[in-house]
Design a protein around this ligand. Structure first.
Ligand code: S3P
Length: 748
């Protein structure tokens, strides 16, 4: 029981919605008295008998007399008459709210009938229901974890809105606020239109079927599509009448879409048909992901993506990894993230259809894929790692309808900055909480020198805004940091620039962009530390095979090295020499890794890696290997923790601006597990020792989470790792593969 928020609450109309509202208030003691008004004596008797309300009357003016809050739960078509009926009983200062599913007409009715109470009107729409109706079905918990949309007008007293918000919150609901017109438009599109279509389709077919009962042949698809045609006609009659303007607008929009679909069928236009359906597939997948995370169960009070994903993460996965075990068997790790991103980008800008196999279906690469769909590129899949990209040519991208959301993916954002600075349209790039903290000026600066109009925030972080229509000029860029993302962004902009664009790197970084450009028939010259290309050429579609990601393999290389008795095979791993620093470093520490069956896969070298457990020793990590192992340090730190003696790393300040500050976050985790370490500005010293059980905060960094899962192999107690949902950004399926190989990992 809570202290009552109100003295008297009156509910007019005691069906499921009003009855549940009353029951919830009574059960939680939110009002000293709950009174019902209804024209049906039977309903009132039932309400009293069930204890849903304290008092009941059929006289509406009586019912609302002295009430602090009046909740109107009558059909929208009865609203005007109901307002007239309650008017004589309303006290000054009452708050009037309702539960109707159309808001504009309720506000109009109130303006006409109760102009003097308009500042006290807080229209609302609880999005909740049940199969059953009537007060008999009233449920005090109906609104728990359901959304309620409030649509206060510009005349509504904010204090009144606040009180109604507090009431719904106390009933367990999550409250959103929206403009009434916006509410009616959104509901017309996402609820009223689908109901109209379902009713209409079933009726149309039913009217055809004189000779044969076609429904005998209908199957699951028909049942799914038409489920909502079983809804209550009376209620929907009211909605279609009361929200007719918005419903008609939604219907017109739909008719346009249908006409385009029809035309594609008439013309046999495969490209257009696929474009419509792949867009629909991905939009529905997005909707399902959102509703699984929030919608009716875990609503957030915002539709802003970054806070949405924050809410998801905080509510999300944890692992408990039991100590001990060894790794054995054959593990095919997920596709290479860097190559997957680039395969979509170059495929989209090429002429012709690019077929990709082994594509990483992780959230980062999918963010890139979605961005190109948003820019009008038809992309089929991914399905079991297969993707078909219908290239639009270097100048074929279309302006996206809204900003491009890059999630957690720095590679998507930075490479796209290069590519988008040369387009004809403006675009905004946003990301999640982690990406929003990462430096973007390192890319923006050289691009500006080439002629781009790019802005970042005062801190040089996202959102990134790019103005289109700029002509780009080639440049010679001496990169101050060894970054493949910066190099790639400049080269991608160079495709559009006048003259030659060249980039000189202070140390070798991954060269997937250069290799893949060559594979797409675009020539890239390499002279020592400098690579260059001439703008104005074109890319020709090709077939690509994405190797397994050496960065994802790193966790298994370390796990098998540290867990006694391990013998593991990692097939088809990319061993591009700009990525193999982890193998070199682990070998210097004494790891037993052999590279077998070396071959070429579409311009990238691959091999099977065989790793057996070995006694590791601490080393001073050679600085020239740092850029070649930049993503693998979290795993290497775990190897260092299990090595004899100390391991020292310098020259790795870049680790501080990855998905998390990987030096500090790893140091904190190692300390939590009892491993002595000392943090430097540009590195760390780790003293090998006994790993204990403990709790790890991964700060939503995928690689931190996976590294500590492997640390448990050598721990003397369970390791609990928090905030592991982002593992899906680079390595979906990690937990299952790790379990299969011998890590005793349990998702909590
Ligand atoms: C990447 C380059 C590296 C790496 C990132 C992927 C790429 O970033 O850390 O995970 O695909 O180009 P930097 O360029 O910032 O070093």
């Amino acid at each position: 029981m809570t202290a009552p928020l109100f003295d008297k609450v009156t509910v007019i109309g005691l069906g499921l919605i009003g009855g549940s509202f009353a029951a919830g208030i009574k059960q939680r003691g939110l009002a000293s008295k709950v009174v019902a008004g209804s024209r049906s004596a039977r309903t009132l008797e039932k309400g009293l008998a069930l204890g849903v309300v304290d008092e009941a009357t059929s006289d509406f003016a009586d019912a609302v007399r002295n009430a602090d809050v009046v909740f109107l739960s009558v059909p929208v078509s009865a609203m005007a008459a109901t307002l007239e009926a309650i008017k004589p009983g309303l006290k000054k200062g009452v708050i009037i709210t309702d539960g109707g599913s159309v808001k504009g007409s309720v506000i109009d009715a109130a303006k006409a009938s109760l102009p003097e109470f308009i500042s006290r009107l807080v229209p609302g729409h609880p999005i909740a229901g049940k199969e059953k109706s009537g007060v008999e079905a009233a449920d005090a918990n109906l609104y728990v974890q359901h959304r309620v949309i409030l649509t206060p007008t510009n005349k509504t007293d904010p204090a009144a809105t606040q009180k109604i918000r507090a009431l719904w919150t106390a009933l367990g609901a999550e409250v959103l606020e929206m403009d009434a017109q916006e509410h009616d438009r959104v509901l017309a599109e996402t609820s009223h239109l689908p109901h109209l279509l379902a009713f209409s389709l079933v009726d149309t077919l039913a009217r055809q079927g004189d000779s044969v009962d076609i429904f005998r042949y209908a199957a699951g698809g028909f049942r799914d599509f038409t489920r909502i045609a079983s809804s209550e006609p009376g209620m929907w009659h009211d909605i279609f009448k009361e929200n007719s303007d918005a419903v008609l607008q939604a219907l017109d929009m739909f008719s346009d879409g249908l006409a385009q679909f029809r035309e594609a069928v008439v013309k046999g236009d495969s490209e257009k048909l696929l474009a419509i359906m792949t867009r629909a597939n991905s939009a529905r997948a997005h909707f399902l992901a959102l509703s699984a995370r929030s919608s009716f169960t875990r609503a957030t009070t915002t539709t802003d993506e970054s806070s949405m994903s924050k809410a998801v993460q905080s509510a999300s996965a944890q692992w408990q990894v039991m100590p001990g075990g060894k790794l054995s068997g054959r593990v095919r790790v997920a596709g290479d993230k860097s190559i997957s991103h680039r395969s979509i980008m170059l495929g989209a800008l090429a002429e012709g259809v690019t077929e990709i196999e082994g594509f990483l279906e992780g959230e980062d690469a999918l963010a890139t894929l979605q961005a190109f769909r948003d820019m009008g590129v038809v992309i089929e899949g991914p399905s079991a790692g297969k993707v078909r990209v219908h290239g639009v040519g270097l100048h074929g991208l279309k302006p996206p309808a809204r900003g491009l959301y890059m999630g957690n993916s720095g590679t998507s954002m930075r490479l796209l900055m290069g590519l988008l600075s040369a387009q004809a349209f403006d675009v905004e790039l946003t990301g999640d909480e982690s990406l929003t903290r990462r430096p973007m000026e390192r890319v923006a600066k050289p691009l500006r020198e080439m002629g781009a109009a790019i802005s970042t925030t005062g801190n040089g972080t996202p959102p990134v805004n790019i103005r289109g229509g700029k002509s780009m000029k080639g440049m010679q860029y001496q990169m101050p940091v060894a970054s493949a993302q910066v190099k790639s962004a400049v080269l991608l902009a160079g495709l559009y620039a006048e003259g030659i664009t060249s980039v000189t790197e202070p140390a070798p970084t991954r060269d997937h962009t250069e290799r893949m450009l060559t594979g797409f028939g675009y020539s890239v010259a390499r002279d020592g530390a400098t690579c260059s290309l001439q703008g104005g050429g074109k890319l020709m579609a090709c077939n690509l095979e994405v190797p397994a990601d050496i960065s994802s393999s790193a966790f298994f290389l370390v796990g098998a090295s540290i867990a006694q008795g391990s013998d593991l095979l990692l097939p088809h791993v990319g061993i591009n020499p700009t990525r193999t620093g982890v193998i070199d470093i682990l070998k210097l520490m004494g790891a037993d890794i052999s590279i077998e069956n070396e071959r070429d896969a579409g311009g990238e070298p691959v091999a099977d890696l065989r790793v057996k457990s070995a006694k590791l020793k601490g080393i001073v990590i050679p600085e020239h290997l740092v850029p070649l192992a930049i993503d693998e340090f979290p795993a290497i730190f775990v190897a260092a923790a299990c090595a004899e003696g100390e391991t020292i790393l310098h020259g790795a300040e870049e680790l501080r601006v990855k998905e998390s500050d990987r030096i500090q976050v790893m140091a904190d985790g190692l300390t939590a597990l009892g491993i002595d370490n000392e943090v430097y500005d540009d590195g760390i010293r780790i003293q090998g020792g006994q790993i204990h059980g403990g709790e790890i905060q991964s700060h939503g960094d995928h690689r931190i989470a996976m590294s500590f899962a492997m640390a448990a192999l050598r721990a003397d107690g369970p390791v609990v790792i928090h905030d592991t949902a982002n593992v899906a950004t680079s390595f979906p399926g990690f937990a299952e593969l790790a379990r299969g190989a011998g890590v005793q990992l349990e998702s909590l």
